[in-house]
Structures are given as C-alpha cells and as structure tokens.
Design a protein around this ligand. Structure first.
Ligand code: GLN
Length: 484
C-alpha cells in the first residue's frame, strides 16, 4: 500500500528505484477512487496530469531532491497553474489559476507531484468544512462527524492515506484544528516564514501556509522545502530557512515548557484534558521542565480575531466583483452587477463576515472596534513575548473537544467560533504552532490533538519537542478505519 508511506519512506524507496513515482501516484489515485465518494476530501483531481508529473520524476537524473516522487494535495486556496481555483466558493465559477504559488513552485523543484484540489470552508471561513459551497468533508474516523476546518479536506486526505502529505492555510487555527480532529500533524509557521504569494487572501496579517503530514519528520521536511524569503511577498522575512530535520535530535533536557493557566477552561472535555496531561508528564520524564505561565488577555482573543479577520476579509474579498474573475450576474448598472454577483456567488458565512468587517471599519465605528481590537492584539502578542522570556515553548490542547457531528454547530456561528479558542491567539501574535496526535477518546474512538506554540521563528524548538514526544508514543501509527 504505497499510499500509506511517509515522505521519508517514499523518497528513500523512489531514490533507490525500488518503486517508481508513478506507482506511488497510482496508489494514491486508487485510494481516492475507492474511498473519496464517502470521505469527500477532494473537490477535483487530474489523474493524467498527476501521472505525467510522476513519469517526469521517474526520468529525472536529479534524484537528490527532498520530495522525490511524493504526491502532495493542495487546499483549494493555493494557485496551481492551469488548475481550478475556487476556494470552495461558487463565486469563482470555472476560474483556473494563471500561475503557481511560490510554495507550489518550491514543491515542484523539490520533486513533488502536485495532486488534486482539497475541500475547505468557503474562503477559509469556518471550522468544519460545512461552509464549503459544494459539500462537507467527513472525518475518516467517523463519517457522521466533521474533519474540522477550514482545511478539512487537507487533514482528512492525509489521515485517510489518500495522499502522502498536503498543504493548507491557517488564519486562526485552520491547519492545527483539523489536524487535531483527524489525527495527523499540522504546522502553522511563524508569520513571514512561508511566502503567501499565490495564496488567496482571507486575512492578510494572519494567514500562513503550512503542511499536513503523517509524522513530525515529514512535517520538518516539508516545512524546510516551503520556507524562505520570496521577493513576491513583501511580508516574507529575508532570512534563510534552516534544515528543520536537523532539530529532531531527541534531546529536550532542560527545555522549559509553559502551561498557560488560562487554557484550563470550562468546556474542556475530560478525555482531552487527561490525554494532554499525560503528554506533559511524558515530556517531563524526558527532561523538560514544566512551568506554569499566564497569558492574561486570552479571554479577548476570539473577539479580537473576529474584528481583525473580518475587517481584512471585507477588503480582500472586494476583488470578487463579477468583473475580474468567475461568475457574473448582469445588472442595469455596475452597482447592481456587483451586488447581484456577490449575492449569488458568496455563501452565508462569507456574507456575514463581509458585513461585520465593513461595519467595524466604517467611520464612527473604526475607533471603537477596529482600532481597539488592534491595541488588544498587541497586548495578546506581548503576553506571549513575556511568557517566552521564561519558557522555550508552550503546550496546550489543540481543541477543547474531539470532532463534533456534522450539523451539531452549523446553525450557531458563535459555538462554531469557540472551537478555535486554543488556536486563534497564535495567529494574532504571529508566532508558530503545531498540532499532533496525543491519544483518542474511548467511545467513539476519535483523535485528540496536542498543541505546541513556539517563539517567533522558534520552529526548531517545537519540532524537537514534538519529535521527542512522538518517538516515545505510537499514536501516529494508528490508522483511521475508512475503507480498510
Ligand atoms: N475557524 C476560524 C475562522 O472561521 C479560523 C479559520 C482559518 O484559520 N482559516 O475564521
């Protein structure tokens, strides 16, 4: 079952010519054909194109590349030249991307095969993929449940072994939360670490692209490939990316790990709490020092996020007007054309956020809401910077509960917003974070996620901790039951 391989195993075997890139790609395609009718992670894929890329890899003499022959799926928010780009929205119609995102170009250079378009909440707004205009992706551990979101397709596809790894984007938790709910590894890099060129913007000051993988080594490999400065993204930092796999040395002795007092909240599920507590004890046994810390402005994070993110989204989504891209509903004048097009093309959650974002930016309310939110955002960032003077990393649950049922929260946006309480501050502060499996609930059996938060550009430290934990547990080896 070549689709079940990790990146490390795939590259080793393709390089040794034990297997071909075509065989790996074909195994992924077969798996998608077998289970995706139920899982619904993919919006579309181009079989002939994927196999042609694989054949090119099999013929290349440049075989030292870090992702040689590895099929990687893309969230439907990343531009892949000539392929559909919809952001799981109706408004883009039959639009196809006209260039490769920088991360896509980097993957190609590294020898990867770019495969398929993965489902998501429309324009990355949501926590369950139920806001996709097309269909809801299912959780591979229980098809009655959601995979998380907004990168639900990216997480489900990895957890179900439809593909070796995927990319997603994280604005308030959209990589870490679905990784936790599907039982795989997800990484949100420090703001500026990875180029956003070719990523359709949701909230530009919060968005980062990151990997979904089956284990921490793969995560470090993929992160190394996609990181680095890009002249096409002025917010990418002009600082070379290290080889993150070098940090995986297992030595966490003396590292100080902060436990935020404010993250022990009412809605925290007892099984999640127990799994995270056990993980912390494991790390302590391996020599990490546990320190209680305080992030006093935590309570404001969700409110601040829904002002900053909606404000930025209202500006970013102005470009979908029926003139430049996608569908057009004609009107008597341009204003009528815009409103008919946007009325028909956007779903309810996107409209809700555009209205909210326009409101908080409007004259008279700007100072009371947007400006105030920006000030509190600084306080939240300062909470983290102060904590990082005392600790090397922070550990928390990724989500308060395991995966919920489809439909359970979709009528109540506020309940849905709360599923991101542990992930949202990380984006507001611009720091890095990852989620990895740390256990399962009993009945039903659903994955539980452990979150590490790191200093700005502290990717190596949290990868080191995550790797040390992973090496002493077997959670990442458990396979979701779908189609097996
Ligand atoms: N769930 C959050 C939201 O709905 C975060 C989404 C994201 O990270 N893209 O905005």
């Amino acid at each position: 079952m070549l689709n079940e391989l990790t990146i490390a195993e795939t590259v080793r075997r393709v390089r040794a010519r034990e297997i071909s890139a075509r065989q790996v790609t074909q195994a992924c395609i077969d798996r998608v054909k077998k289970i995706d009718g139920d899982l619904k992670a993919f919006l579309s894929y181009d079989e002939a194109d994927a196999l042609a890329q694989a054949d090119a890899i099999d013929q290349t003499s440049d075989r030292d590349r870090p992702l040689l022959g590895v099929p990687i799926g893309m969230k439907d928010v990343l531009s892949v030249k000539g392929h559909p780009l919809n952001c799981s929205s109706r408004i883009l119609g039959d639009f196809r991307a006209i260039y490769d995102a920088t991360v896509v170009q980097k993957l190609r250079d590294a020898g990867a095969i770019i495969f398929g378009r993965l489902n998501m909440d429309e324009f990355a707004m949501g926590s369950s993929t139920e806001n996709s205009a097309f269909f809801t992706t299912r959780n591979p551990w229980d098809l009655a449940r959601i995979p998380g979101g907004s990168s639900g397709g990216s997480a489900a596809a990895v957890a179900a072994d439809e593909v070796i790894a995927t990319l997603g984007s994280d604005t308030g938790g959209s990589i870490r939360q679905p990784a936790a709910l599907c039982g795989c590894v997800g990484f949100k890099p420090t703001y500026g670490r990875v180029s956003r060129y070719g990523l359709v913007a949701f909230a530009s000051s919060l968005d980062q692209i990151g990997p979904f993988t089956k284990d921490i080594r793969d995560c470090a490999t993929l992160l190394t490939v996609i990181s680095g400065h890009d002249p096409f993204d002025s917010t990418s930092v002009p600082q070379a990316a290290p080889d993150y796999t070098k940090a995986l040395d297992g030595n966490i002795k003396g590292l100080k790990l902060g436990l935020p007092r404010e993250y022990v909240v009412g809605g925290l599920d007892p099984e999640v709490k127990a799994a995270v507590t056990a993980a912390v004890e494991n790390l302590q046994k391996q020599g990490a020092e546990i320190v209680e810390i305080s992030l006093p402005h935590t309570d404001y994070a969700v409110a601040v996020y829904y002002i900053v993110a909606t404000a930025e989204a209202s500006a970013n989504l102005a470009r979908f007007d029926g003139i430049r891209y996608g569908i057009r509903e004609n009107g008597a004048d341009p204003i009528e054309l815009y409103s008919k097009t946007r009325g028909a093309g956007f779903g309810p959650e996107v409209k809700r956020r555009i209205i909210l974002g326009t409101y908080v930016l409007s004259s008279g309310y700007y100072d009371a809401f947007y400006l105030r939110a920006q000030k509190v955002r600084t306080l939240i960032r300062n909470d983290f910077l102060r904590a990082f003077e005392k600790v090397d990393a922070i550990v928390t649950p990724t989500t308060p509960t395991a995966a919920f049922k489809a439909g359970e929260k979709s009528d109540d946006p506020l309940q849905m917003y709360l599923s991101d309480i542990f992930t949202i501050s990380c984006n507001l502060a611009g720091i890095c974070g990852l989620s990895m499996p740390c256990g399962f609930t009993k009945n039903p059996k659903l994955p539980i996620g452990l979150q590490f938060l790191g200093k700005p550009f502290g990717e190596e430290t949290i990868l080191k901790l995550a790797h040390a934990y992973e090496q002493s547990t077997a959670w990442h080896k458990e396979k979701s039951p779908i189609g097996r």
